[in-house]
Design a protein around this ligand. Sequence first.
Ligand code: SF4
Length: 323
Amino acid sequence: MALASSDLILRKMEESQERFDPTHIRPSAISSCARKQVYAALGYPANEEAMRELEGIAFLGNLLDRSLADFWSRMYPGKTYRQFELRTPYGIVAHPDIWVPGLNLDVEVKSVSVGAKYYGLPKPEHVDQLQLRLHFHHKYRKKEGVRGEIIYFFRETFLDPESWAPLSFTVEYDAEKGQELETRLNYIIECVERKELPEREGTNPDYFPCKSKTKYLQAECPYRDACWEGHTEEPATLVQEAEEILQRYAELDGMRKRFQQNADAVKGELQELQEQLNAIFDREQTERIAAGGYSMKRSYTPPRKVEYEAKGYYRYYLKKEEK
Ligand code: SF4
């Protein structure tokens, strides 16, 4: 049987995973939890399922940066690099998604969900990732005036849904910030060399960055179980003045859940009617029917999965305390 595109993509994803060595310290993750990087570099066993959750997102980014690099190289033939090797004298290598020497331009390509706009773009961790590379260009390649750019593609819409234009941000080199990030990188390297785990940067096993949950995606750090083994939560701080707020919050949250349950019930009945309608559409071999002053058209959208990237923001977990 001929190879399907979906199989080909899966095969390429698996190949790229085989090339990925989790024990390499990754400057691209400079702002993610340092302890997580050290776990990976020291080869601690990871939760494989949690690892796979983000593979698709990473691969999509790869496809996008390949296309964008192609556009740039057509404008500057032979002078555009994908995954250029930006080496430090101590063996750490950073990889700009796209490096356009003719423009002194280092491009970071990101695919995010539309929801990410709600929390603000560019994401600070993406700026840090690029800032560290600008620092390497400046310090180790003696390149002056390298311009950094982060381009965001939105997984649901491709373009910015507010302006229907691509969304990119310029990042200027900041020597002080660059050095601060390199110092953090050196700290991670030292921890790996000493085989010493840094302090946790997550504050609770159920919250980001250790665990996050959105409408479409449940993600957790692949080292969460090992990291929080034996942890027991400290008792909550009693703050009398928060009483009214928490009670009102509980009331509204209860209302929201009840509305949601009603909406789910209506949705269930609508789905039953849709199945009855499908039988009619199929039998009549049409995609448009009319009756009783209404017309109905159906169109098929193939199944797809929309995923959200998690970032640092507050979530509120309300729990009824025992008396
Ligand atoms: S579980 Fe949380 S604190 Fe522990 S390594 Fe992962 S992200 Fe860091």
